[in-house]
Design a protein around this ligand. Structure first.
Ligand SMILES: NC(=O)c1ccc[n+]([C@@H]2O[C@H](COP(=O)([O-])OP(=O)(O)OC[C@H]3O[C@@H](n4cnc5c(N)ncnc54)[C@H](OP(=O)(O)O)[C@@H]3O)[C@@H](O)[C@H]2O)c1
Length: 339
């Protein structure tokens, strides 16, 4: 029987790309997708994808859909606890172990909450093989930790009945494949702040360093993990070892800003190719997002350095898509088109 895959977040940047990637690579899979609003072109683009109507608070809908799936790929909101609990409850109703592929993010290892390395390079590089026990004991206020705690507890209590993989991408760039939201977070937010300031910017020395991945490279990793799950789990690692960083490169804030300056000048976003060094007050006034206080510190002044040791070993994973600096112009043009 064809594997049954249930996907959430299928209209989002990451989830929409995951849905498209799976459907195109495996038309033989039975795919269902949770949607709270069905995009106009959905049924013509994905005629064989079954729509499950509901949102992340529709416990019964999520539990039932997960109980009927072999593989659940949960995207869209890495911090939403009820949806995660409902999906786990559904998978645990299956007579045989099902697979849960959950989207987290390297915000979990970001140092943005401490002043120690703001604007400076933090030498700490996290591995998804050798740093796992450190990641599993991060404080409760680390980003996405709330849902990773639920996943860790589920593995401890029910590891014989469920197989879990945590996908932990760094900042993502490049055009998504989905039908609705096809852009990431950083470049649009950076461009908006540059427009306000009239110059590219960094904090302190600007040497804070973050890992990055192109959405297409991330999709190749998702495909590897989903295919392994659909085939019963072999070839990938799960539960205590089911953690996947996806980085393919890293950049300092200063290098991203310097590479952006000529592009932003050419596109009329700023007049001179100059930069400004922002301080704490300016950072605090940027990117207001109530759910995520300190988002600008995270985006522009912190370090989050990760290496995908597991994916390299299991799948020979490496970046094949153009680098962030090569994609800055296209992502900037895309962002300006919506401003
Ligand atoms: N983008 C990055 O660079 C990055 C990197 C690492 C981790 N992450 C994390 O990954 C997650 C997804 O990011 P993204 O960029 O793909 O987000 P996104 O483009 O905003 O997509 C969000 C998706 O989740 C759905 N969704 C959100 N809340 C929902 C709810 N209550 N009920 C039903 N559906 C809901 C949205 O559906 P609608 O279309 O109906 O709104 C949409 O499909 C975030 O938590 C983010 O922190 C992002």
């Amino acid at each position: 029987m064809a594997p049954r895959i249930f996907i959430t977040g299928g209209t989002g940047y990451i989830g929409g790309s995951v849905l498209d990637t799976i459907v195109r690579a495996h038309p033989e899979y039975h795919v269902s997708a949770l949607l709270r609003k069905v995009p106009e072109a959905f049924s013509s683009t994905y005629p064989n994808v079954q729509v499950v109507s509901g949102d992340y608070d529709s416990w019964d809908v999520l539990e039932k859909a997960a109980s009927e799936a072999d593989v659940v790929v949960h995207n869209g909101d890495s911090d939403h606890e009820p949806s995660l609990r409902a999906l786990i409850a559904g998978l645990l109703r299956r007579p045989t172990p099902g697979h849960l592929i959950h989207l987290s993010g390297t915000g979990i290892v970001s140092d943005f909450q401490s002043p120690d390395y703001l604007g400076k390079k933090n030498p700490k590089v996290w591995s998804d093989v050798s740093s796992l026990s450190e990641i599993a004991s991060l404080p409760a206020n680390a980003l996405h930790r709330n849902t990773e705690v639920i996943l860790n507890q589920t593995v401890a209590e029910h590891g014989d009945k469920i197989k879990i993989a945590i996908m932990c991408p760094p900042d993502i760039y490049g055009k998504g494949r989905g039908l609705v939201k096809t852009w990431s977070a950083y470049v649009p937010m950076f461009v908006k702040e540059v427009r306000g300031l009239g110059a590219v910017f960094w904090y302190g020395e600007g040497e804070n360093t973050r890992s990055w991945v192109h959405i297409e490279d991330l999709m190749s990793l998702y495909l590897n993990v989903v295919e392994a799950a659909a085939a019963g789990g072999g070839g990938a690692e799960w539960n205590d070892k089911g953690y996947y960083f996806a980085s393919t490169q890293e950049h300092t804030q200063r290098s991203v800003a310097e590479a952006s300056a000529p592009v932003l000048k050419r596109l009329g976003v700023m007049e001179k190719s100059e930069h400004v060094q922002v301080g704490n007050e300016q950072l605090a006034a940027m990117v207001s997002y109530a759910r995520w206080p300190g988002l600008a510190r995270y985006l522009f002044a912190s370090n989050s350095r990760t290496v995908p040791d597991r994916a390299k070993r299991l799948f020979g994973y490496e970046g094949k898509a153009p680098s962030l600096l090569e994609c800055l112009e296209a992502d900037t043009v895309d962002a300006l088109g919506r401003m």
